[in-house]
Design a protein around this ligand. Sequence first.
Ligand SMILES: [Zn+2]
Length: 89
Amino acid sequence: MLQLSINTFILRVEIVTTGWVEMELVNCGRCGKLQVLRPDTLCKDCQQIYIAEAQIVKNYIKTNPGATIMDVVQFTGYPMRRINEILER
Ligand SMILES: [Zn+2]
């Protein structure tokens, strides 16, 4: 935790001193890892996981057309919020 905040500080100082003002760092929406700001807020690692999870959810719905969100939650073990996010895209 302390290590992370030191890294954050160093990265921010670097941005100021090199003048990369347009490069903004944000925390990943899932794991909290720092990344350069992008339209979606997941880092590269979490994006890979997201794609894999979305595949599983979509496959399940395809093979179980009558399934409810609760069925998907039970089958995948993912939080309902995450499944809604996948289905909204
Ligand atoms: Zn992440």
